[in-house]
Design a protein around this ligand. Sequence first.
Ligand SMILES: Nc1ncnc2c1ncn2[C@@H]1O[C@H](COP(=O)(O)OP(=O)(O)O)[C@@H](O)[C@H]1O
Ligand SMILES: [Mg+2]
Length: 275
Amino acid sequence: MSTRTRTADTARTADTVPEIEISGLHKSFGDNHVLRGIDLEIGTGEVVCVIGPSGSGKSTLLRCVNLLEEPTGGRVVVGGTELTDPDVDIDAVRRRIGMVFQQFNLFPHLTVTENLTLPQRRVLRRDKAEAARVAAENLQRVGLAEKADAYPSSLSGGQQQRVAIARALAMGPSVMLFDEPTSALDPELVGDVLAVMRMLADEGMTMMVVTHEMTFAREVADRVVFMDGGVVVEDGTPGQVIGSPAHERTRHFLSRLLDPAMAEVEEGRGGPGPG
Ligand SMILES: Nc1ncnc2c1ncn2[C@@H]1O[C@H](COP(=O)(O)OP(=O)(O)O)[C@@H](O)[C@H]1O
Ligand SMILES: [Mg+2]
């Protein structure tokens, strides 16, 4: 059972320095103005789920938080360090931030353990024994200790994603970013990955999670952020944003998500059209 209590977490956020501070964030790709002024604060230990239609800028937002994309304007501060400062040590900041993608991006020619030890040795300069110890510890955490010597191709998608999570955790991040981590998985494999994410949340990891898993968002998130058209339309508790959304755009999105067939009928595309 989750030990998190939303009230306590929300209260804690108010009197601690935010782990992630995003203010006035803009990002354009050429003429395409994708992020149009994002303001968002995420407290230490908070779990924030980001939802919104395809193309609304969710991935771009996460990628700006670990500087996989360079913001066009605004500020991003992680753990008190301003990433958008031109003199920032990008690598040092990135080490604090683990990222998990829809595609697991494991090296197919390396074993599970080697996938976990390589970045530790290259980026953190850990020696072989230490890297192996940390790898084993994190495989244990995600329930895959017995797969240490397996190759990724012999694992299910869900197991590969848990390896990718373990790989990120082995770097000792203080923040974890997840970009639709279960979207590429067969439905029966989603639960194991969400269980690992729930465990991290219970342990107090600060997490930003782009997901359309509404049960996870309801049960695990402290806050849900609804994005559309490159802005934050709504930001509140799951009960507020999912349970009783204040904005029509949020309601519309949720209705399509929860019942795509009904949304089509509403839009007059599902049934026989007039004339
Ligand atoms: N590297 C890129 N180069 C050019 N355009 C991009 C790039 N990444 C994203 N975009 C554009 O940014 C918009 C938002 O994309 P994205 O952040 O992936 O949205 P979401 O994750 O919400 O589906 C889209 O119009 C997309 O085409
Ligand atoms: Mg995306």
